[in-house]
Structures are given as C-alpha cells and as structure tokens.
Unconditional design. Sequence first.
Length: 500
Amino acid sequence: MARPRRIVIAGGGTAGWMAAAAIARTMGRIAEVTLVESDAIGTIGVGESTIPPMITYNRLLGINEADFMRATNATFKLGILFDNWKNVGDRYFHSFGLTGKDHWSAGFQHFWLYGLTKGHDQPYDDYCLELVAALQGKFAHLPDDAMNYAYQLDSTAYAKMLRTMAEGDGTRRVEGKIAQVELDGESGNIAALVLEAGTRIEGDLFLDCTGFRALLIEGALHAGFDDWTHWLPCDSAIALQTENVRPPVPYTRAIAHDSGWQWRIPLQHRTGNGLVWCSRYLAQDAALDRLLGNIEGEALTKPNVIRFTTGARRRQWHRNCVAIGLSGGFMEPLESTSIHLIQRAVLRLLRMMPLGDVSPRDIAEFNDQQDEDMRQIRDFLILHYKATDRRDSAFWRYCAAMPIPDSLTQKIELFRETGRVFRRHEELFAENSWVQVMLGQGIMPQSHHPIAEKLRDDELAKLLAMLRDTVSRTVAGLPDHAAYVANYCGARRPVAAAQG
C-alpha cells in the first residue's frame, strides 16, 4: 500500500481542530494527519454563535447532539435580533427557516405584499415559526426537522471536544511554535515546518490555521489579500464574558451603536458579550467604557481586544497550502458566519482531496467557490450598514453614503422594484434571509408577483389566517427554551422529539 498522504495542519483552535477531526474521521488510514500548535499562543475564541449548517457538520462527524451541547454549554439558536439598525429604537429579527408558504413561481412575500393592498396588515413576522418561537423564548425538536436552528456555544470547549475526537482517530499533535516555513527550491511548495525547538515536520499538503497571522498562506507564499474595509469599516472588537442574569434565550442579539454594534450571546453557563467598532470614529478606551456600561451580570473574564481587517485572501489554496478560517479572510461576526466559513472550507477540501499530485484545476475551482462564498456573505453584511435611516453619527452617515458593490445594488433594487430575491450558486443566505433583513432595514417592495392576484380576496384571507394560526398553535405547544435545554443536556440520551 502507498504511504499515507501527509497532511500537516499549522495551528489549533476551532479552525485547526475542526479540520483535523473531519479529515481524520473521513479519510481514516488514507491520510496521516499532524497538527502543530503551541500552548503559548492564544486563540481568538469568540466565535460563539453559529448558523444551521453546523448541524450537518456535526452529524457528518457522528457527534451526538446532547453530548456536544453538554460539552460546550450550548443553547439553541433560532436567529438574531437586530436592535437600532434601521434607526435608533427600531428592531427586527432575522430567523432561520421559512416564512409562510412559497409558491414555486414566487416567494411568500409576494402574497403578503398583495395582502397589504387588501387590508391584511398582519406583520410579516407572524408567519415565521422560528421567529415567533424565539421571541417567546420557546424551543423543541419537531418531527421532520420542522424547526430550523443552530447553536450558541463555547468555541474553546468545542475545539477541545474535537481535539479528543481527532486524536482518537489518529491525528498526531505536536507542541511548539513555528520558527520557519521551509519552501522547496524547485517547486516553490511548502516542504516542511521548522519549530523553534528544531523539529522539522514534512508534509504533502499544508493547512494554514494560524489565524490572522496567516504564517503559511501569506507569510511564506504571499497569496495576496483584498481589503474590504471601505464597505465594512469596523476594524476592532472587545470580547468579554459575564454571568447569566436570566435564563438563556434562543437567539443572539446585535445591538447597533453610534460607531458599530454590540453582540450578546447567551450560553448555559454564561453570556458572551462584545463590542465591534470602527477606530476612525471611536477610541479604544471609549469603546471599553461603552461595553462595560451595557453588559448584564458580573464580568467573568478580562476584556480581550481584537484588531482585524475585513477582507479575503486572493487565493485561499495556493500551491500545496490551503487557508482555513481567519487565515483565509475575515468577516465580522454580524451574521455568525465565522465557524461556518471554517466548515465550508474543510468540507470543500475533503470533496477535492487529491489522490496524487495536486491538480491546478482543483485549486482553481476551490478558489473560485471560496471567493464566491466570501463575496456573497460580504454583500449580505454590507446590506445591514448601507440600508439605514440613521444619520445620528459620522459613522452612520459614512455607511449611508458609501458606494456599494454592483452585485448588492442589483439585489437591493430588484427587491425594491419587484419583491424578488434570487439565490445563486449555493448561496449561503436564502431568499427568506434577504427578505427579512431588507424588510427589517426598511426596504419595502413597490410591487408583487402577479401570481398572488390569482387568489380571490376570501381565498387570500383564508390562506393568511391559516398560516398565522399554524405558527401560533405550534408555538403555543412548545416548551420553554431554557427548561428544554436543561432537560435535553441532562439526559444521557437525546430526548424524544417534541410533538408540535
């Protein structure tokens, strides 16, 4: 049998151990996985809020959900509550799942919009199960996965859990700092990592999980970086953990302030807090004071200040090196995409894992798909800043006036004129996500699809009433989220699915 392919992962943390666990479990003895990390180098460790694809990732690895939630003190998440984004005092909810019932030719928003013209003025939110359940603090696993959800978790604990799994599947961990990235003189590929202690670790394929440092993909291979701060101007964050002062709710909060926004993420044992801001408009000391003045409960940790540049690596697979996580680029955690981007890159790499020599076609396809993912997420985040009525600070005046990518302009104006949204090329955020955020940010369509007018007024009224009633009755039968989490995580086995 041929020698196992040598895959070397530089860096641990969430990115490194997500990659190691997935590769070791999927590839087995076909691959020889070595992970290099140093206990002396800390990790960012603030990616505590996730989106639904993480469920698929854990299932692919065979992770029992109740065990996972106990290990990471996780809570369920049904979406994100946005405060003060359209204007101070306004709020809206971006939920997972669907709203109402789509027709194959048009999304539900068209029927709702037509209903408005007929006097049916119930809020769009009333037709979304996950949204109504979240705001009432309820949750349960429903038959046929009828409730779409994600997790709020301790990412450091998740990395430890994955490390145990990866090492059990044969991953070798090497402790030490990387002193040199050794390149092959002929090919220009990475030949080995040389540690401060002198240890030399050779490999065939190297994964850069070194975070913002990007020691391999940028430091050694100079893959290039596209800076997007002219569209996403926040460049700083402070993270802080506090005691819980109330039972955890099944959603994350994103609270806008005059120079950025603040997150609040409730776990079982604590609450994750953070302030994101633009240093051009707010000094660090003032940002810290603002965060400390708007937290609930006693602080459990010292404030962790993070500097970042929003953007993407021009080539996330370059030569025999693949960037995973922050080394490949950074999107502020406004829509909880950090862990998802790690997952997406790892699973994409596994689908393109070379048998022999790395194919330039694989590299080109990987980079094209990664680039498209990043740009689509970038546009969705820009939407939150651009579509605003706020003019109360220099930061928000800049956001309202800034030019935006043509791709986002097309998306916004198409929705404004016709109510339509189209999902392209496995885009992460589906039609319902765009509709909820655009409506929440104050973009109201000027027309609707003509298919809605096929319904007589009594038929439309009956449809809308039936959809609202279904959501209302289902939510009324759901248990309290905090009690459900306690019961679920206290059980040795997953509890039976609740009947909605």
